[in-house]
Design a protein around this ligand. Structure first.
Ligand SMILES: [Zn+2]
Ligand SMILES: [Zn+2]
Length: 246
């Protein structure tokens, strides 16, 4: 089977023209949940009720603050029937409950009716299975005092790796090497945003360390056109509301 990656947004937290990053795989597996999640699902005609597993890389607002809106949708407008698993950093259940309570009183309690909502806390190099996906998490270095994770997930017969937000590290190589596709952040488009994200030069170095058959797709991008270093390398750059099939 193939993986259909639908990019709901491809920008970093500050991107002037792109929306915040998130992507959906085969309509069933969601990677990160920015505040623009729900309108973008609807714009593309995707049924939010089809999502069965949500992977949250870390607790920056552009990666998880869409969950209160999604849970509101399930509680008020489109009651879901399939169970839902949300996989994320330690504290994921409390974090989502408090964000949802802050945004929409009573929704968190209400939405647990009618389907099972399961939270799974990740640990470095540990994994599990959810709705047919076999996953493992790796801790990646992002900002101080906040745990950030990348994922490697086998689903529908293929393997996808996702960097989350990360700076350059060996964990990214072990996540991505041998995978069919590696979706990587590349927030520092112009190489100047410091050591908490990846730069185009970091990406080129990773490209040399990861098996050649692994397709690279960049997301979580800043302002401006693709840097020349990336052009003609075969590395793909995701676009908002566009799909890439692997
Ligand atoms: Zn981010
Ligand atoms: Zn971040």
């Amino acid at each position: 089977m193939s993986l259909e990656l639908t990019f709901l947004g491809t920008g970093n937290a500050f991107a002037p023209t792109r929306y915040w990053s998130s992507f959906l795989v085969n309509d069933k597996y969601l990677f990160d949940a920015p505040p623009t999640l729900l309108p973008h699902l609807k714009k593309l005609g995707k049924d939010p009720g089809d999502i069965e597993v949500i992977f949250i890389s870390h607790f920056h607002g552009d990666h998880f603050m869409g969950l209160p809106f999604l849970l509101l949708e399930y509680a008020e407008l489109a009651p879901r029937t399939k169970d839902l698993t949300i996989i994320g950093p330690p504290g994921i259940a409390k974090r989502v409950e408090s964000a949802t309570n802050m945004a929409f009183a009573n929704v968190f309690r209400k939405q647990s009716r009618g389907y099972d909502l399961t939270f799974v806390e990740v640990k470095d190099e540990k994994g599990g299975t959810a709705a047919g996906a076999e996953w493992v998490a790796r801790k990646v270095p992002h900002v101080p005092d906040l745990e950030s994770f990348g994922f490697r997930v086998k689903m529908d017969g293929k393997t996808l790796a996702y960097s989350g937000d990360s700076s350059l590290c060996d964990a990214l190589v072990s996540l991505a090497d041998g995978a069919d596709v590696f979706v990587s952040e590349c927030s520092c488009w112009n190489e100047t945003c410091g050591p908490i994200h990846l730069t185009p030069n970091n990406i080129l170095l990773l490209r040399t360390k990861i098996s050649q058959h692994t397709k690279f797709i960049l997301t979580h991008i800043g302002a401006g056109e693709a840097p020349p270093a990336i052009a003609n390398t075969g590395i793909l750059i995701a676009d908002d509301l566009k799909t890439i099939v692997v």
